[in-house]
Design a protein around this ligand. Structure first.
Ligand code: ZN
Length: 74
């Protein structure tokens, strides 16, 4: 999910925006002051989701899983 975090250079308001199309970025404006001087920052939400995803979720076969009872798939 392409969620981006932006910070307004004028009023320092930070907000997140889900971009379905790359063209949407050009239309972005600060929700507080309405200006378009925005700095794109790393999406904390996206980074956190990727990091917290359990590695065992990719367990291909529950029967042969070497971590039986650990990954929760068997
Ligand atoms: Zn602003």
């Amino acid at each position: 999910m392409p969620i981006y975090e932006y910070r307004c250079q004028d009023c320092q308001t930070r907000f997140e925006k889900l971009l379905l199309r790359s063209a949407d970025a050009a239309e972005l404006a600060c929700p507080n002051c309405g200006r378009k001087r925005l700095t794109q920052e790393l999406s904390v939400f996206a980074a956190h989701s990727a990091a917290s995803r359990p590695a065992a979720s990719a367990c291909p076969s529950a029967a042969a899983c070497p971590n039986a009872g650990v990954c929760g798939m068997n």
